[in-house]
Design a protein around this ligand. Structure first.
Ligand SMILES: Cc1cc2nc3c(=O)[nH]c(=O)nc-3n(C[C@H](O)[C@H](O)[C@H](O)COP(=O)(O)O)c2cc1C
Length: 376
């Protein structure tokens, strides 16, 4: 059977500027599930994208990070089966190695996903490929300046990601509320607000002019999704003191994670050279690479590789240990600042993605009413 269909059954809907404009004009907004790398958001996109409520249109995002081509394609088709005609995009990281980046972009365009969104670096090439392939492109921005650049390049919408976000953070000094205002002022493109967003913030960002909000951390703490149960457990009963910023081996960027033995060791300067990944990628390796260092990041961007494996740590090992093995001591559990606002205390209480979206609809109905009354 060919992996490259010429005709897509039940295609996704395009999420371009016009489609978002029509949604906002109908008094609804986007609720985007943020793409999370290394298995953490697998299985969520279709569930979120099947939500079409009175106030919110669900949008799913699949991450391409460290997936084999087969795995990436399988995940896209799984979402298409779960949400036929829905909005499902893919998240590509510009920092990953060039072959993988190009292969992921090709698959996304072949599968006619709703949009491609790019994080961790910028690449003009991907905007051109998407335009040529007829797939809307969205940029993740941490400044109005970058927003204006993306608009000029032909992006269809923007995700303004503030310092409260999980995982790698573009600019640790740029909290979301101010960033949203700055980005809205710098571009005419639709803007999705991301980073630390909790249910109680949603109405405020819509009232400020955002076309949608993006949540990632909140979806880690739900009963759906393939992340290891221990990853979900790590999100229960946490306070701000349980969260820490580390220096990632990816370009030395800051990244937010749940504090554990691993992050404490990193803070003491301990280094973790790469280990064999055969347990995860099998004999064929990652894109044919079988050594402990699978060169997952683009040349010159990995601090671990650049130091001859004497400094920093292997990001793929650390994130796989968390998301796939659920190793709470040796894994790196990326999370966002909103972890401290997750109300559920036990695993049994975790809501499904569907229930989460329905409760957001209910809250929004009352919050929007209050905001409208206040501004009348
Ligand atoms: C575990 C985890 C993994 C993430 N992986 C990626 C990624 O691969 N690419 C990316 O652009 N953003 C990634 N993010 C950022 C999220 O997509 C999202 O934009 C951000 O966390 C803001 O939402 P939140 O504060 O609700 O988590 C990740 C976040 C988390 C928590």
């Amino acid at each position: 059977m060919s992996l490259f269909p010429t005709r897509i059954e039940r295609p996704f809907a395009r999420l371009d500027r016009a489609a978002i404009g029509a949604i906002v004009a109908s008094d609804r907004h986007l609720l985007v599930q943020g793409g999370m790398g290394i298995h953490t958001s697998d299985g969520l996109a279709g569930k979120v994208a099947s939500h079409r409520g009175a106030a919110l249109i669900g949008v799913g995002t699949i991450s391409a990070v460290v997936k084999t081509e087969e795995h990436f394609r399988r995940e896209i088709r799984r979402a298409r089966d779960e949400a036929p005609g829905g909005f499902v995009g893919v998240n590509l990281m510009a920092a990953v190695d060039k072959d993988h980046f190009e292969a992921s972009a090709r698959i996304a365009i072949e599968e006619r996903v709703s949009f491609v969104v790019q994080g961790a670096g910028i690449s003009r090439e991907i905007v051109k490929w998407c335009r040529a392939g007829g797939v809307p492109f969205a940029g993740i921005v941490s400044s109005g300046r970058l927003a204006a650049i993306y608009e000029k390049w032909g992006a269809e919408f923007l995700v303004a990601e503030g310092a409260e976000a999980g995982g790698h953070i573009g600019d640790v000094g740029h909290p979301l509320p101010g960033l949203v205002d700055e980005v809205l002022g710098a571009t005419a493109l639709p803007v999705v607000a991301a980073g630390g967003v909790d249910a109680t913030d949603v109405a405020r960002f819509f009232a400020a002019g955002a076309a949608g909000v993006q949540m990632a951390t909140r979806f880690l703490a739900c009963s759906d999704g393939d992340a290891h149960p221990a990853f979900k457990e790590m999100h229960l009963g946490r306070t701000c003191d349980d969260v820490t910023l580390i220096t990632s081996c990816v370009k030395g960027m800051k990244a937010r994670a749940v504090r554990n033995d691993f992050t404490d060791a990193l803070a003491r300067g301990v280094s973790f050279p790469p280990r064999s990944k055969a347990w995860y990628f099998g004999d064929k390796g990652y894109h044919g690479r079988v050594k402990p260092c699978v060169e997952c990041l683009a040349d010159g961007l990995c601090l671990c590789r650049a130091s001859g494996f004497k400094e920093s740590f292997c990001i793929t090992d650390a994130l796989l240990a968390a998301a796939v093995k659920g190793d709470t001591k040796n894994g790196l559990f990326y999370t966002g600042q909103s972890i401290a606002r997750i109300a559920e205390k036990t695993f049994a209480e975790l809501p499904s993605a569907k229930a989460l979206l329905e409760s957001l609809e209910d809250l929004l109905a009352s919050d929007m009413g209050t905001l409208l009354a206040a501004s009348a």
